[in-house]
Design a protein around this ligand. Structure first.
Ligand code: DGL
Length: 269
């Protein structure tokens, strides 16, 4: 029997919309509720304790919305909280994919760069997965704290973005890195600036598609796919700046039939 309960997708801000886009493409019949914590973004420079606390607030909100699954569209919350969340909630959970498997597949020399938030890089999560899968691979991790605040403020091209991207990626280019993982869901918004700095030889891996695929497979395995006759409704909730979020959403998806809402977690949970 079909399960038409919504899927919750969440991030610290607008970054997770790059994952919503892929989930929509793969699962057009599913109802989606997105939550972006734009009032408290960025999470990446916060302490692990606070990041996990915020994650629980968001997952409690999804519990109140009776979701059948929550998808982490955030590498930072996945790295710090996924294992803990797994034991606590009465719905399915899908982690943000690390991109490591795809990176190892496309890389010729197994020299893998990872750009992400400070908290994700400090957790060492990508490095651990890479070493487990290919002990001989080399990893070049780089935290990029200036990027999320720029993107949240709709600055996705121009001198400020180019300067910040250059500052972080230029040192990585001096090694033999041939593949670069976008380890933060905000970064696909500035993929052109990133491509410009790394050049055409470096493979850029965006794990959003594989995250959507994992969610799809889990729904199939659990017998929880939505009715294939219906077209899924999308509601995008943000804790602040809904108009700004709307403009950013329109860059990655058709928002004609999308509902937007401001959600104050303190009130709703
Ligand atoms: N988009 C998030 C990620 O994938 C986090 C951004 C932030 O709030 O620092 O890690």
């Amino acid at each position: 029997m079909a399960d038409n309960a919504p899927i919750g997708i969440f991030d610290s801000g607008i970054g997770g919309l790059t994952v919503v886009k892929e989930v929509r493409r793969l699962l057009p019949h599913e109802h989606i509720i997105y939550f972006g914590d734009t009032a408290r973004t960025p999470y990446g420079s916060r302490s692990p304790v606070q990041i996990v606390e915020f994650m629980h607030q968001i997952l409690s909100f999804f519990e109140s919305q009776k979701v059948k699954m929550a998808i982490f569209a955030c590498n930072t919350m996945t790295a710090l909280g996924f294992e803990e969340a797994r034991r606590r909630y009465p719905f399915l959970l899908t982690a943000m994919n690390t991109g490591v498997e795809q990176a190892l597949k496309v890389s010729r020399n197994k020299q893998i760069g990872v750009i992400a938030t400070q908290a994700t890089i400090a957790s060492g999560s990508h490095g651990k997965v890479i070493k487990d899968m290919r002990p001989d691979a080399a990893i070049y991790p780089q935290a990029c704290p200036k990027l999320v605040p720029l993107i949240e403020n709709e600055i996705i091209e121009g001198a400020k973005v180019d300067e910040a991207v250059l500052e972080y990626l230029e040192p990585m280019k001096s090694g033999h890195m041939d593949t670069l993982i976008l380890g933060c869901t905000h970064y696909p918004f500035i993929d052109q600036a990133i491509r410009h700095v790394v050049g055409l030889e470096v493979q850029i891996v965006d794990p959003a598609q594989d995250t959507a695929l994992t969610a799809y497979e889990l729904l199939v395995r659990s017998g929880k796919l939505a009715d294939a006759q219906q077209s899924g409704h999308v509601k995008l909730c943000f804790s602040a700046g809904v108009e700004r979020a709307k403009r950013m959403a329109s860059l990655v998806m058709d928002i004609a039939n999308v509902e937007f809402e401001q959600v104050d977690l303190a009130v709703r949970c």
